[in-house]
Design a protein around this ligand. Structure first.
Ligand SMILES: [Zn+2]
Ligand SMILES: [Zn+2]
Length: 663
């Protein structure tokens, strides 16, 4: 093919190159290869960029034609085309509705509409039906680049003010691209599928409607956002919907209510009211961490929560972090007996902040008294209660809160000690995760960012130390180049829960900056003052969030030693009441959390109720058990009961109630 146009060379994934006239489209290229590829093609990658089949290629390039078998482009296009198809369906049903934007998101897409009446669940059904009709029509998708004036006029004529505003915010040098799905048109960067029939008819679903402000601005119009999910196949959709159901069944907010663990209320947004059973989990976990840290060579400290802004100014938090801090003003003229409001003296107002993190306070402890190199490494741990003003929209049960307690520690050490301390911490964290039921975790290694302080040599040294530490403990990591803090690299630790969700919990961060800002020094072997490094580290993150993860991971059925209610001893007849109390006392003496249920109810009723409360073991006692000094054992999740003597069950449960680090 030679029609006078300049020729370009396209290189295929197998390494072969062929010559085409400049301006050739991937659709033409696919047709040259085979008719079936021309039909099956969904898009191309041209020099790595996702490329519409209709877009011309003007210069030599590497090209790959995508089909539905290519997961990433297939998912992107299915979801993106569905966003357009949904908007078209909405405007076909309700022509007055204004369209705005509709991006692809994880697992699907959304589109924001301006419509006076709210969309109902029945409306979603009608939209889905209309979308299926559009898909069945196999309408051709076409595209053109327009100039600005024409595009603006088009949208003004069609009464689409949001699109006019959008055009205004697109950089002037960017071409405006229009797409048509049949006759329905939208402003869009593309790429898109060849025709609506390429979208699978049964691998997607409309999920929900939510309010969303235009451009996320609460002073602008409230729009209605319709969410959809889409996959390559019906099976994938089914799997995803099952996953959602599973996640809902495990939701810690629901389980927290059912198990009576905690509540939250309006007067203290983002802060937890722990109930007795919830606090039992919390303290069991905290006791465990305290023992682990003590064994790991940490010294526990405790520091103030209300701290003068001067310290936050010195640490740099006041500048960088103030919008996340709870600020507390105190009129110090009220000091002592003088509480007359009239004498309130502005000059005596002290501005404090609730600590959003413990680090600056830990440096204050380090700074007391002269430190020598022989004191290093100094590992200071605190179950530090912090407060952060998180946006209300981000709050989520006990997992994203404003008041929380970290399993925080700071290690003050020399540069040469960083590697050893890092290796020790990874081993420490691995032990904690394993004992808490998460044998697998991933390390992500965030290295030097563009904007940073410190010399390249010192970055080389510290990054090298972390790398060698990870190697020394026989682990792998994923590199996150450029994601470190401006003063040092960090490791983040991600664990995977029972349904495959990934949670970032632990962190390890090297910091030469805060000791510098807050004037921390030690006397080195050379007799001179040196700056220590400060290593920030946490294994769980916060107790609140980690308990949320534990509840969801175990679907409320926590490992026996962490279960707030471990055993209910239930009477079958009232003749067994005394024996029930004896069993409870015996278990209690063995360190097992046991309670009696001698209500005048049927045993099946009691079993059902305590099973709902996720009590792992129910011991039923009737006349025979009294006679034989035995119990009938019912374990959570098992249908059959087994018999055991009181001695046997006491020994077994005593062991089960022992935290893993004490076994
Ligand atoms: Zn689009
Ligand atoms: Zn810290």
């Amino acid at each position: 093919m030679h029609d006078g146009r300049p020729q370009i060379s396209l290189t295929f994934p197998d390494g072969n190159a062929r010559s085409f006239p400049s301006g050739v489209t991937p659709a033409d290229v696919a047709a040259e290869i085979s008719t079936s590829l021309r039909k099956k093609a969904i898009s191309a990658h041209v020099d790595g960029r996702h490329w519409d089949l209709q877009w011309p290629i003007e210069a030599d390039a590497a090209i790959a034609i995508n089909t539905m078998k290519d997961e990433a482009p297939a998912l992107e296009l299915i979801r993106h085309d569905l966003a357009h198809i949904m908007a078209r369906a909405v405007q076909e049903i309700w022509p007055d509705v204004n369209v705005t934007i509709g991006p692809v998101i994880d697992n699907g897409w959304y589109y924001d509409f301006d419509r006076a009446e709210p969309f109902t669940p029945e409306d979603l059904g009608a939209i889905e039906k209309k979308m299926k009709e559009i898909i069945n029509k196999r309408d051709v998708v076409s595209t053109e680049v327009w100039d600005r004036a024409r595009a603006v006029k088009h949208y003004e004529d069609n009464g689409e003010p949001y699109k006019v505003e959008l055009i205004g915010s697109i950089p002037g040098d960017e071409p405006l691209r229009m797409y048509w799905h049949g006759d329905w048109q939208d402003l869009c960067r593309g790429p898109h599928l060849q025709h609506t029939g390429q979208v699978p008819g049964d691998s997607w679903k409309l999920m929900s409607v939510a309010g969303a402000y235009w451009r996320g601005d609460s002073s602008r119009q409230m729009l209605q956002r319709i969410y959809g999910v889409a996959f390559q196949s019906r099976d994938d959709l089914k799997k995803y919907l099952n996953f959602l159901e599973e996640a809902e069944r495990r939701d810690h907010r629901k389980l927290g209510r059912e198990m009576d663990l905690f509540h939250m209320q309006e007067e203290a947004p983002g802060q937890v009211f722990w109930h007795p059973d919830g606090w039992t989990i919390y303290t069991a976990l905290q006791d465990y961490m305290r023992r682990k840290q003590r064994a790991g060579g940490y010294r526990e400290i405790n520091t103030p929560q209300v701290v003068d802004r001067k310290l936050w100014e010195a640490s740099g938090h006041w500048d960088k972090y103030q919008h996340h801090m709870f600020v507390v003003e105190v009129d110090e003229s009220r000091d002592g007996e003088n509480d007359d409001a009239a004498v309130r003296n502005k000059a005596q107002t002290r501005i404090n902040a609730l600590k959003p993190m413990n680090c600056p306070c830990h440096v204050q402890v380090f700074n007391q008294g002269l430190k020598s190199y022989r004191d290093l490494p100094l590992r200071l741990a605190e179950f530090g209660s912090c407060a952060r003003f998180e946006p209300s929209g981000a709050l989520h049960g006990i997992m994203r809160v404003r008041g929380f307690t970290q399993d925080d520690a700071h290690i003050f050490c020399t540069e040469e000690q960083i590697q050893e301390e890092c290796a020790r911490f990874i081993d420490f964290l691995a032990g904690v995760y394993r004992e808490l039921g998460f044998p697998e975790f991933e390390i992500r290694f965030a290295t030097r960012p563009e904007k940073r302080v410190g010399s390249d040599e010192s970055w080389d040294y510290v990054e090298g130390a972390l790398e060698k530490a990870i190697e020394a403990v026989g682990r792998d990591y994923t590199l996150e180049p450029g994601d470190g803090a401006f003063y040092g690299p960090k490791l983040d630790f991600y664990l995977t829960d029972a349904i495959g969700r990934v949670w970032q919990c632990g962190t390890f961060q090297v910091d030469p900056n805060l000791p510098e800002r807050l004037g921390a020094t030690y006397i080195a072997a050379d007799g001179e003052k040196h700056r220590p490094y400060m290593l920030h580290r946490a294994a769980l993150g916060s107790f609140e969030r980690f308990i949320g993860i534990l509840i969801e991971n175990w679907e409320g059925k926590l490992p026996f030693w962490l279960a707030p209610r471990q055993v209910v001893v239930a009477s079958i007849t009232s003749e067994a009441d005394d024996y029930v109390h004896e069993v409870v006392a015996r278990l209690g003496a063995a360190g097992v959390r046991a309670e009696a249920d001698i209500r005048n109810e049927k045993i099946n009723y009691k079993v059902r109720e305590h099973s709902l409360g996720k009590v792992p073991v129910i011991l039923a006692c009737g006349a025979r058990e009294v006679e034989e000094r035995s119990v009938s054992v019912r374990r959570l999740g098992q249908k059959q009961t087994t018999a055991a003597t009181l001695d046997e069950i006491t020994a077994e449960l005593e062991r089960a109630a022992t935290p893993p680090d004490l076994l």
